[in-house]
Design a binder for this molecule. Sequence first.
Ligand SMILES: [Zn+2]
Length: 132
Amino acid sequence: MEDTINHFKLGFVERIYMEEYFKIFITPKIKAAKSNKPKYGYCWRICGEKSAGHFHLFWECYIVSSFGEKVVSEIRSVISSEIDFNFSVVYLGNLPPELNKQDRYLLQISLAGCKKAKTTKWVSDEPPTLSE
Ligand SMILES: [Zn+2]
């Protein structure tokens, strides 16, 4: 967790958000460490990752990252500005400053829905769909 927080140079609010997020969602990596059984560390989406932590499960896992790309693609087709598909924008809400108020609101709502869909499918081996 500290690596993620330091890597993205998070502010106070973002840091609190990420710390709470990490407390709630137990990962295979945490289970493996607590049980001292490395076999419990495999990603439950069966992607081959042997030590699946939060960053992997929410962002890096190729099975679920395709869902995030689809969401951002849908958003790009609606709003007038180009947005990057990266962790800072999607998870930390660091939105482009040139966004107008309406696009900013739409983007925030859409990204919140994206995060909710991922968390509701937290232990599933299937990624969420756009209709969810
Ligand atoms: Zn994975």
